[in-house]
Ligand binder design. Structure first.
Ligand code: ADP
Ligand code: MG
Length: 384
């Protein structure tokens, strides 16, 4: 790639969204010498607080978008629900990666599922529900199932488990008859994910396959590399690359999978760095946020090689004794462990289910990392 097509430091980069993913992006960009403008309507957003410029406005605010287009040399997103029109508007005057089209597919469960199915990728049996009359009858093999709202669902929100038509009707009504996907409830062996980066020339760097467990629909623990067979880990990488190529994707992409009877099914895709890729901050030569900077600026991808087995544990607001953070969890074991890397996101309030931070334990081997992570997890009373 020619030096001239690269956006070099100290260029100003634009980030849509000011959550923890945006914050890690700002840190990565700063380390490389870039400046960052964050757009987020929250005055106290974790990324806005450390950005060079925080534009505190809505994602469709014309003046804010004009300011970003005029001052940023490339723009990316950490928030998958940015209106696609925002991305399209910005793309008229500045490179936007990933594209509005790719983000548009990922932010709507119906277009996401249809895209995956049409691309020939394996997915769980599903039905698109626009109206109550679309709900399958009781004799359908889809039950028991999960009804998921098509838009704005995350961390298990906007989902209901339904055993039959009447429960499905009640759940559909409770979701205000919004467009939904009804998905067969599967018996999962376990779950994995792959985070990758694909650059403007189509080069791909995949991070190792992560093994994920969830608590109440929210990611709890990622173990990397995953403990399943090499064949499954390898197949997950292949499928993730195939998703990125079929999307003509440019950016960092997270692909979640179910493993059922030893077979992989694509669950969902995220057009941004992924929570299950947070271990890359401490365990890989290049982390997922640096890859995001590299893709948007047209730099070559960094090595995604993992140098230490890693276990990441999410820290949700539930473990704070007090919402206003007047008392802290029992950090002694966590902060005293020499191979544990703590990351707190600087949020001012600890609400139940809110992602407040995470830690990653690095091990000389995976079992040691798991052991220490579980000790700290239990000291912090996670999941109790
Ligand atoms: P979110 O956007 O909230 O991450 P997901 O569709 O990934 O939504 O669902 C969250 C979690 O719920 C999954 O990681 C998985 O543990 C569980 N889950 C979702 N769909 C199914 C399913 N069809 N069968 C079994 N478990 C599921
Ligand atoms: Mg998910």
């Amino acid at each position: 790639m020619s030096q001239s097509s690269m956006i070099l430091p100290p260029a100003m980069l634009g980030m849509l969204g000011g959550g923890q993913l945006g914050r890690f992006f700002v840190i990565a960009a700063h380390e490389m010498g870039y400046k960052v403008t964050v757009l987020d309507p929250d005055q106290n957003s974790p990324a806005g607080k450390i950005a060079d410029v925080h534009i505190c406005a809505k994602y469709d605010d014309a003046e804010a978008l004009a300011q970003m287009a005029a001052t940023c040399q490339a723009i990316t997103t950490e928030f998958e629900n940015v209106p696609a029109t925002t991305l399209r508007t910005l793309a008229q005057s500045v490179p936007v990666r990933p594209s509005a089209e790719a983000v548009g597919i990922a932010q709507h469960r119906v277009s996401e599922k249809n895209f995956l199915k049409e691309a020939g990728l394996p997915v769980a049996p599903y039905a698109v529900i626009d109206a109550e009359s679309d709900l399958p009858a009781d004799d359908s093999e889809i039950y028991p199932a999960i009804l998921k709202v098509a838009r704005f669902g995350y961390d298990g929100k906007g989902q209901a488990r339904v055993a039959n038509l009447s429960e499905a009707k009640a759940a559909f009504a409770a979701f205000s008859q919004e467009e939904c996907v009804l998905e067969k409830m599967l018996k999962l062996d376990y779950e994995v994910s792959v985070v990758l980066a694909r650059d403007v020339n189509g080069h791909v760097a995949t991070f190792p396959t992560a093994e994920n467990s969830h608590l109440n629909g929210i990611l709890d623990i990622s173990i990397v590399p995953a403990r399943g067979s090499d064949a499954v880990n390898h197949q997950a990488q292949k499928l993730a690359i195939s998703v990125a190529e079929k999307l003509q994707y440019t950016g960092v992409l997270g692909v979640e999978f179910f493993v059922c009877d030893g077979e992989l099914l694509v669950n969902e895709i995220a057009p941004r760095p992924h929570n299950s890729g947070h271990y890359t901050l401490d365990a890989c030569i290049t982390n997922q946020f640096e890859q995001q900077v590299r893709v948007m600026t047209g730099l070559p991808l960094g090595s995604s090689r993992q140098h230490s087995p890693a276990v990441m544990v999410n820290l949700l607001g539930d473990i704070w004794p007090n919402e206003a953070l007047q008392t802290e969890p029992a950090w002694q074991l966590a902060l005293g462990a020499p191979t544990l890397k703590m990351h707190l996101y600087g949020k001012a309030e600890a609400r139940a289910g809110r992602k407040m931070g995470h830690f990653t334990v690095l091990g000389t081997n995976r079992d040691d990392a798991i052991k220490l992570a579980m000790q700290v997890r239990s000291e912090l009373k996670i999941g109790e």
